[in-house]
Ligand binder design. Structure first.
Ligand code: NIG
Ligand code: FE
Length: 412
């Protein structure tokens, strides 16, 4: 069995005992830390860690040169399979149009659907893999990817096949989510489209085993609570767990319908009241916030601190997509979480790793430094504190990124 030992680690941060699947409330501000340490990898998994004075023999060594070792980021909400940027809309936005106005003018998600329709599956795969590799280069090791730029059965299937191909070829762990209900596809009435999602798309997606989860954009101007209820009910019948978009543009009722269906996560939450916080207490649903889209669209940031005060856990993800968050940089997400949402660096780290892994049903596999988990690890440059990462948010910080113990070629 091949062993690799990371030696001269300044601090290992993110040590969590086996069996802990998420952090909630006060636990969000806690994590295991070990100074002057080594970490042993065996067959791509974390086999042991301890003090440098007790370092074992290994086949190979990586010198951390007093850098920090952290679990790789887990990004539980992205839309990175798309064709072409939407820079024209960026200009509309600069000139004062809102996200909703751009969408109502036939732009936004529908624009991406037109681009995708005219792009071959191979080209779509190449464009998307570039984004996956960019994200890996910035420290992300597990990624959820949604469909939702097809908006008719054939194009949704095409997107999901591209996600499957990424799953098969990327060293990152990939989860696939069917988001047919992202917007009403061109040529359909609202009712026809919801029926198409339920009666044609979900059965086909399930038959070809192309998705792990089902998602709905449950928000003002997109899909109602009743639509969401029907789609999630149908998804459950076909074995698809829910992960939904809720409360981005309005207090939409999305959180409650997500909780009712035992959603793994409810995501966005820019517009929430105490009622939504209460609705999430005592559930298995992970509230997930996407500060990159608050930043880009000028929306309020999610009330993460209030959720944590109420005893809940919070996950953070990038929402990487061409319309509301054109970046998959989780270090920047961490900076926004600390600077704008006032999370401590440890709260932000837990939200970007273990809790985001939980929101993909992956927290038994990644998201912390735990014996037996996959060795998806970031080794930073020499650094006095975790706080340097979000504080000096543009300085080079990563020395190595390992996926299953293997260094990735390009890091930033
Ligand atoms: O999560 N809100 C809905 N969907 C995406 C944006 C998609 C797009 O504009 O292309 C989001 O923000
Ligand atoms: Fe999204």
């Amino acid at each position: 069995m091949a062993t690799i030992c990371i030696k001269n680690i300044g601090e290992i941060i993110g040590i969590v005992p086996q069996g802990v699947r998420r952090k909630e409330g006060a636990e969000m501000n806690e994590t295991g830390i070990m100074h002057d340490a080594y970490l042993l990898i065996e067959d791509g998994r974390i086999a042991a860690f301890g003090l440098m004075t007790e370092m074992p023999q290994a086949d190979e060594y990586i010198d951390a040169e007093r850098g920090l070792v952290l679990p790789s980021f887990c990004d539980s909400h992205t839309h990175i399979v798309y064709s072409k940027a939407r820079h024209n809309e960026f200009l509309d936005k600069i000139n004062g149009l809102t996200y909703e106005q751009i969408a109502a003018n036939g732009g936004g998600i529908l624009n991406s659907a037109d681009y995708l329709h005219n792009t071959s599956e191979d080209d779509l795969y190449e464009q998307s893999m570039k984004r996956v590799n960019e994200m890996i280069g910035k420290g992300t090791g597990a990624i959820e990817i949604k469909s939702g730029y097809g908006l008719n059965t054939e194009d949704e299937m095409k997107m999901l096949r591209v996600i499957r191909r990424i799953k098969e070829t990327s060293p990152a762990i990939i989860k696939s989510t069917f988001l047919g209900a992202h917007a009403v596809g061109r040529g359909y009435t609202h009712e026809q489209y919801v029926r198409l999602v339920c009666e044609e798309m979900i059965p086909r997606v399930a038959a070809e085993q192309l998705a792990d989860y089902v998602d709905v954009f449950c928000d003002e101007g997109f899909f109602t609570v009743e639509d969401t209820d029907s789609i999630l009910t149908q998804g459950a019948k076909y074995g698809l767990k829910a992960k939904i978009h809720a409360n981005e543009l309005a207090v939409s009722g999305g959180v409650q319908v997500g909780v009712k269906h035992g959603a793994l996560s409810v995501d966005h939450l820019e517009k929430t009241t105490d009622v939504e916080i209460e609705a999430l207490r005592g559930t298995t649903t992970m509230p997930t916030m996407l500060p990159g889209s608050s930043f880009f669209l000028g929306l309020p940031y999610g009330r993460a601190k209030d959720y944590i005060k109420a005893g809940l856990g919070v996950a953070l993800a990038s929402d990487y997509n061409p319309g509301s968050s054109p970046s998959g940089d989780m270090r920047f997400v961490m900076a926004l979480a600390c600077i704008q949402m006032k999370l401590t660096p440890i709260q932000a780290l837990n939200a970007l790793t273990l809790n985001s892994a939980y929101a993909m049903d992956l927290s038994d596999e990644v998201g912390s430094i735990t014996i037996g988990k996959r060795a998806n690890l970031i080794i930073t440059h020499p650094m006095q504190s975790l706080a340097i990462i979000p504080y000096q948010y543009q300085s080079p910080w990563m020395h190595y990124h390992l996926l299953s113990g293997v260094p990735c070629s390009q890091t930033t």
